[in-house]
Design a protein. Structure first.
Ligand code: HEM
Ligand code: HEM
Length: 193
């Protein structure tokens, strides 16, 4: 297989770049969600402040990775949907993927906006400062927090549908949908038992 084939997606599979971005972002986002829900419940302490700072820096990392991912996605193609997949399923998949992309920008940007409107400084892993997205503003702060919280509930709901669909394809339809997103993929379409 030539290098260009490994780097670019084909009908048989997602490219190494798409797979790496997919799984890296997936792990970071799941971690951010879990830490985000726990950290707000912690009593005020230096540890809480450190966890908040970590949440923000990792969230900004997701934003940067999403910019790369979007550029790559516009440049690369996606593998074809399995043959015979009904139109409602391909439409639902396209809609879910589109909303996931949108929310993966809305989440870090609303967090950044909330931080700015709250008049908190934002340092990226303590290395350098990032600019504020707005002046201090209590109303904007409340709105950004609502978007950050409701955005997460919507993201989590879509992820449940997304993972359920991936597992349904793998175990019930027995097609290559999940395999071709896996770095260790080897399989061809498998016969039903
Ligand atoms: C936070 C977690 C996750 C996020 C944000 C996410 C997001 C996405 C997005 C946006 C796409 C569309 C890619 C594109 O069109 O460029 C995608 C594809 C895919 N994801 Fe995920 N994903 C996550 C977790 C998972 C998990 C846990 C699984 C498996 C159980 C999975 C399986 C897949 C598969 C198989 C595809 C390819 C679908 C296709 O070929 O149509 N994802 N994911
Ligand atoms: C994909 C990226 C992100 C995800 C999935 C995420 C997720 C979450 C979640 C689930 C919460 C808990 C919400 C609640 O119930 O109160 C939260 C809180 C928070 N997030 Fe994020 N977040 C992300 C990015 C960011 C970024 C980039 C920042 C700031 C630069 C940020 C700042 C905050 C802050 C300050 C809180 C605490 C809000 C409070 O004290 O009530 N987040 N985040």
């Amino acid at each position: 297989m030539s290098t260009s084939k490994q780097l670019r997606s084909t009908d048989q599979g997602w490219s190494a770049i798409s797979q790496t971005l997919h799984w890296l972002i997936a792990v970071l986002v799941i971690g951010l969600g879990i830490v985000g829900l726990i950290m707000t419940e912690l009593p005020t302490s230096p540890t809480k402040i450190k966890i908040y700072a970590l949440h923000k820096s990792v969230g900004i990392t997701v934003l940067a990775l999403m910019v790369l991912r979007l550029i790559w996605r516009l440049f690369d193609r996606r593998p074809a949907y399995p043959s015979g997949m009904p139109v409602w399923q391909t439409s639902l998949a396209t809609l879910t993927h589109g909303l996931l992309y949108l929310l993966l920008f809305v989440m870090p940007l609303s967090g950044w906006l909330y931080n700015s409107a709250s008049n908190f400084a934002l340092r990226y892993f303590g290395w350098f400062s990032l600019p504020a997205l707005s002046a201090p503003d209590p109303q904007l702060k409340a709105l950004a927090l609502e978007v950050h919280q409701w955005g997460f509930y919507l993201l989590a709901s879509l992820l449940l549908v997304h993972v359920a669909a991936a597992l349904k394809h793998h175990w019930m339809e027995r097609d290559d949908t999940l395999n071709r997103m896996l770095p260790w993929r080897t399989s061809k379409e498998r016969p039903r038992p």
